[in-house]
Design a protein around this ligand. Structure first.
Ligand SMILES: [Zn+2]
Ligand SMILES: [Zn+2]
Length: 271
């Protein structure tokens, strides 16, 4: 979802321009006049980006803190209905990885030499932002999830029926063929199970949903190493109820602000 930039001609028509065309002249398709394309910052501001100088991830955190678009409460999927639920998204990004010990050969007290293993230390930063959905779009989101679960169930079922078939095979035919078949089955089963190995709480079907939030694709593209997790969906109306019912909480508090208060504030600071 690349950003779109436009310049307006005196004749009233809009022309689409690219960011690298800033400061150049563009010919209007309608009236053939030349139009001066403004500088990059003006272009970005005219496309609704109030923070053209920030990095994409910083834009996400800044607009979240100020509850400006894309975090002004509209659904991220249809972008025209008020959001009803909030799905917490945790982005873990690798900030730094440095060598604590570069390994090599070291002499020891007893006069021997020892081979030292190299070791790296990593510093990851956790950043949270919400995926906001209206009730209609939530249905679609859950349908996507259900489709994925159904697929998994069928694959598991298929794997075990194949094993059953091999057992029957082994009973009627030579043991050596059965052993080969079983080995083949084991390979299949390991291949299937490897999708759970990295224990990520986010599945591939969720990524297109997250990338509908403005600047998320750009932010992810800028990171070398990251992983994403999603939390349990929260009902924004219930949060509003909690705020209204509580005597300690300020009634002016918005559900988004309440959600951010539930976390360490560091999760919403610029990395
Ligand atoms: Zn024109
Ligand atoms: Zn929606």
């Amino acid at each position: 979802m690349a950003e779109k930039y436009y310049v307006e001609c005196d004749c009233g028509k809009r022309a689409r321009v690219a960011l690298h065309e800033a400061g150049t002249d563009k010919r209007c398709e309608a009236c053939q006049q030349t139009v001066r394309v403004p500088d990059t910052i003006t272009l970005q501001q005219s496309a609704g980006d109030n923070y053209p100088l920030l990095r994409p991830l910083q834009k996400i955190l800044m607009t979240l803190r100020k509850e400006e678009p894309p975090f002004d409460g509209l659904c991220h999927h249809c972008e025209n209905r008020e959001a009803d639920i909030l799905i917490p998204v945790k982005l873990n990004i690798l900030i730094e990885r440095y060598m604590k010990n570069d390994g090599g050969i070291r002499p020891t007290i007893t006069g021997d030499i020892a081979l030292v293993a190299s070791a790296a230390e990593e510093f990851w930063k956790e950043v949270w932002f919400p995926l906001l959905l209206c009730n209609e779009c939530r249905e679609q989101y859950f349908e996507d999830r259900e489709r994925q679960r159904r697929k998994r169930r069928w694959e598991l079922w298929g794997l075990f029926s194949l094993l059953g078939a091999f057992l029957v095979f082994a009973y009627f035919f030579a043991v050596i063929i059965a052993m080969f078949s079983f080995f083949f089955w084991l390979l299949l089963a390991f291949g299937w199970a490897s999708q759970f190995r990295d224990r990520k709480k986010m599945d591939a079907w969720q990524l297109p949903w997250l990338e509908e939030i403005r600047w998320v694709p750009e932010a992810l593209a800028m990171e070398d190493e990251y992983n994403l997790e999603t939390g349990k969906p929260l009902d924004l109306h219930k949060i509003r109820q909690i705020i209204n019912d509580s005597e300690d909480l300020d009634d002016e508090l918005t559900p988004l602000q309440w959600w951010m208060q539930q976390f360490k504030s560091g999760y919403f600071e610029f990395p």
